[in-house]
Ligand binder design. Sequence first.
Ligand code: SF4
Length: 598
Amino acid sequence: MKSESSLSSIDIVTTPNNLERPLHVLEKPKVLLVRPPQLFYFGVWPKGPRLGLPIGLLSIATYLKDRRIDVEVYDCFVEGDTFKGNTFNPSNSVFSGNLVNQWIRNFEDGGVAAKDIKNKEEMLHFGASWGQLKKDLKRLQPDIVGLTNLFRENTNETIKAAELIRQVLPDTVIVVGGPNASALPEYILDESPAVDIIGLGDGERIMHEIVEWVQGNRSLSTIESIMYRDSKINVSTPKRELLTDLDELGHIDYNLLKLERYFTYERNGIMARNKLSYDGAERSVSLVTSRGCPYKCSFCSIHIHAGRKYRRYSVEHVLDHIENLTKKHGVNHIHFEDDNLTLDRKRFMELMNGIIDRKLKFTWDTPNGTFANALDEEMMVLIKKTGCTYLIVAPESGDQWVIDNVIGKQPLTLDNVTRIFQLAKKIGIDMQAFYIIGFPRETLKQINTTLEFAMDALKKYDVLPHMAMARADPGTDLFAEAQMNGHLVTDVAVSNTGGVHSDMFTRHLIKNKEFDPESLGKINESFHRTAIRVSSIKTLKHLLRKPSIALSSISYFFKNFRKSETIRDNIIKLFFCRLFYLNSLSRISEYENKQKIA
Ligand code: SF4
């Protein structure tokens, strides 16, 4: 672990490939797929970046391996000679000194302006050092390197990694892919002369065809959905037809990852996602059963990478995948990362029933949210039976006019959202909800309607709110509208200081006649203060009513207490990983009792 300031700068080296033909034609090129290390500001619990498995790289690696291509995954998060999985333990938080502020950051998802960060020296480097990466690149000598760039927040590290690779391996072909690369291909090519090719969208077939190009079996211009530099001009090839039957991508080969290292981190509190935490649930993985979403929410950039067509793995394929994870790799918690897991009701019901029929034992959640209109009571009962610890829905707004006319999330109705909240409470499923405030055509009155809706849902149905300020990402309708009408406010920020992921990045917030980012930030903070008070009081009342849960939580607190962290952080962990799950807790204590008997 090093602070950013101690890193030496890396010289930019221009690519030697003119790309009409590869510099070296190789019969058996070696491919290395890399997730770069990350820089981020840390806040409170969990203390580390989002640690999820690099599932995109893993799928590409599986696809290449199935075609007998020499491929390896190098995930900087778990690489390094000194890996212990418990060494990442920052002692200060950028929000230290104020418990309420720390608490709020765990609920918020809006990012923090760089100017508000007190001590920039606290920016930390997570994962293998640049020196370690350099050493390993020299040892591994790949002919093609694929870099993943998932979030806007990771753009700088991606570019830095590309430049380092070019410095160490001047002849290597460097490809960058992932959702952010798909959204900003020209920016990355212009900013980094070291990068040769940007892959746009699904990476499996693109990387395979790049291997074929290096083998001398095709020209680069025949590879669809890529962008590359030709005589200093960025050239895009035609868009490829999206793969609809995802089974064609094969069965994920987890032996391509150092899986146990991720679980070691989880045991030490650096988690893939915030999740309900109980004994034995540390072995969690992220899994995607579908790609793409047919809806057109104005703020959403998913279509740029994954398209608007809902594409899926077959139910049998997903069940085999889960069986492999639970039975061969000891996984006991799955984060379904689909953008819309419940969109196809028939398929979803088959999946849930298949889990029951095959007696697959694990708990699960949906960190990216589900579409409330697609849910009904029969589905909710199966969701509970199959071990869902929390379900997230994304109404986005509490004002139907804003949903219909500003966000464009039709056919979502607030009546349906409320119906699902009621059902969840009745059946005993913990719910969380995503909301966004601050769209260009939104009024303060409409924002207040959303705040009231969210607070009402928390008070009546225990629905934990995640209230974010609208962020306009390039490529979205929201960005186009805000840019055209002069509503954009651009600054440099760090994102998710609760510890998810973050380097400095440029963000675009919104202002209009009634609000600006500063006034909106205050409204948001005040909302979260109230939400936290309400949640905490609810939790305490629940504990008084259910002494067995109070006892098991005390035992959890002492068992999971980390001396290396402050008492405050341990208390925050207790609430965010356990006590805010009012409905699930009853089931969890039953589960733990059964475990003890077993
Ligand atoms: S439903 Fe979700 S994934 Fe689909 S467009 Fe809207 S925000 Fe994006």
